[in-house]
Design a protein around this ligand. Structure first.
Ligand SMILES: NC(=O)c1ccc[n+]([C@@H]2O[C@H](COP(=O)([O-])OP(=O)(O)OC[C@H]3O[C@@H](n4cnc5c(N)ncnc54)[C@H](OP(=O)(O)O)[C@@H]3O)[C@@H](O)[C@H]2O)c1
Length: 259
């Protein structure tokens, strides 16, 4: 299938590893020009070299810091004169029950995962709307509508993102800017491994047991890989998805409940 996005310019936030990197690889394979972002410059350089000869740039920046978001967006927009595709992916919310998550952790999570996504969309939507072509995919998380007491901050913040995605999509569609959300199930990335290690400490168990439990409760019998998320993300960015907006999709191996 010809996806029709060769030459499109994509900014993927939080893409030096994990899901973001998987999405960046898949976009590059379709001929898109990819701009990678993350905080750590060495990790970004390594990611760029893994992309090999694909057309790409890197921009270091901490998207939890309000003043850095416009800097990242300005630099990214300057590389090719426009951004066609935004993948909002840089996010991290701690596992834990309400008594485990401090105000500082709440603020840190909201600043990155909620306001980081808001600020990137607010900065890029006007240009996407005036060029009459744009694709935004927000990487969210199913706890937004399957809330869990043991992942209370992620549940609340993801609920806000699901709502934000659908609400904005209804307005931007008139200018051919399509906005969708993907909720990954358990995807074996560094963040997921850190999270289950943290959960294991809180619950007095081992991360190996939690990892095994995650595979058992996922109907396809395994946890996911970043490329499992990348396929749908790239499709939603394509010309083939021109009638899909405001969609909220689960990519979770059929599982609906987290560990
Ligand atoms: N993995 C899962 O099972 C899962 C499930 C549901 C939802 N998600 C969501 O998927 C997204 C990606 O998760 P992941 O598991 O792929 O994480 P990951 O493997 O830890 O990768 C996170 C990426 O984001 C970058 N990053 C972290 N903080 C950042 C910041 N403040 N500003 C800019 N970049 C930042 C990291 O690089 P630096 O550290 O160098 O900045 C890294 O490139 C997150 O929004 C997460 O909530 C993941």
């Amino acid at each position: 299938m010809e996806l029709g996005i060769s030459g499109r310019v994509a900014l993927v936030t939080g893409s030096s590893q994990g899901i973001g990197f998987g999405v960046a690889q898949a976009l590059a394979a379709e001929g898109a020009y990819v701009i990678l972002n993350g905080r750590d410059s060495d990790r970004l350089a390594q990611a760029r070299s893994l992309l090999g000869h694909a057309a790409c740039s890197v921009i270091a920046g901490d998207l939890s810091q309000a003043e850095q978001v416009p800097q990242v967006i300005e630099k990214a927009s300057g590389i090719r004169g426009r951004i066609d595709i935004l993948i909002n992916n840089a996010g991290s919310t701690p596992a834990g029950r309400i008594e485990d998550v401090s105000d500082e952790d709440w603020y840190r999570s909201i600043d990155l995962k909620l306001l980081g996504y808001v600020r990137c969309m607010r900065a890029l939507l006007p240009a996407m709307r005036s060029q009459k072509w744009g694709r935004i995919v927000n990487i969210i998380g199913s706890a937004g509508y399957q809330p869990r007491a043991t992942y209370i901050a992620g549940s609340a913040i993801n609920a806000a993102l699901l709502s934000l995605t659908k609400g904005l999509a209804s307005e931007a569609a008139a200018d051919n800017v399509l906005i969708n959300g993907i909720s990954p199930g358990p995807i074996r990335t560094q963040r997921w491994l850190d999270q289950i290690a943290h959960r294991a400490r809180l619950e007095g168990t081992t991360k190996e047991k939690l990892e095994a439990r995650a595979s058992q409760i996922t109907p396809v019998g395994r946890v996911g890989k970043p490329e499992d998320i990348a396929g749908l993300t790239v499709f939603l960015c394509s010309e083939r998805a021109s009638f899909i907006t405001g969609g909220l999709f689960d990519v979770d191996g059929g599982g609906r409940v987290g560990i």
